[in-house]
Write a protein that binds this ligand. Sequence first.
Ligand SMILES: [Cu+2]
Length: 345
Amino acid sequence: MDDNVDKPARKWGFSRRSLVGVGALGLAVPALTAAVTSNSQPARAAGATRKITIYAESLGNNQYGYGLERGKATIPGPILEMYEGDTLEITLVNTTDQRLSIHPHGVDYSTDSDGAPLNASFNNPGETRTYVWRSHEMVAATGRRFRPGSAGYWHYHDHAMGTDHGTAGVLRGLYGALIVRRRGDQLPDKQFVAVLHNTTINNKVAPDTPIFEANLGEITEWIAIGHGDLYHTFHLHSHHWADNRTGYLEGPTDPSASIDNKDLGPGSSFGFQVQAGEGGGAGTWMYHCHVQMHSDTGMSGLFVVRNADGSMPPGAQEAIDRFKGHSHKAASTTDSQSGHGGHTG
Ligand SMILES: [Cu+2]
């Protein structure tokens, strides 16, 4: 392993290979895992700077992606993670013939790391450029008030392809999730990213949308991101979470509402953790946009909760087959490689 894998240290040496069809696939467990022995706290000291390289690449078919290795770009791009107080130094290699950039939400950056043409912060075709994202912990202010820290479920995206707002880059797939954790946050077993983008999820329409998988009881972390020109609502069947930063209540008197459906406008993001199958047990569950017109035209996917031993529960495969057999005009005649992203491009 190398330092380029942008993951905080983890307690578990879990694999993400059981995820199906999501851009976050391919991220490996960092070597730092070995340094953590007794709890979920990061092994690194506060204020660490980590350097990673991200490649922006053409995926053909007028789609583009970010990747941590050459030839490994995905839609969405890799999940980038940091702890409050840390700095991420990103060397963005533009392997394309397009102007592009990387622009984060939720973290601190100077104008030269803005990723916006307004500040002349972008990569010309073929150019390599470094962007620096900083983060901070909660700060005490006057009057018993606090300025929030950077922790949250955020995202990053292109801000320079096509227009000065990166409209073409976002349309074609240049986006991904950014997680800033507070030290002590629980770490998940599995991570899923759903980008509700125009009438697609991750530039795909059902039944080619991601099928996420976990075993009963595993801690799953969901990051939902909105992009494009439409408003969406993210809904997950048979699971609910606290509508706050983490999805968990902080104690028995925490007033956070419990929800299973949340509005998601362009540029917004949220995330939460839930235990797979905690309410309804193992089985195949839907996640989808709850704008009916959007769910009916392909903005839905599956969350397969396997039995605790990894076996398939009764009926789960049948449900997957039923989903795959869905026919609607957007997905009935072509395979997953043949251009559902064309809906957005
Ligand atoms: Cu929608």
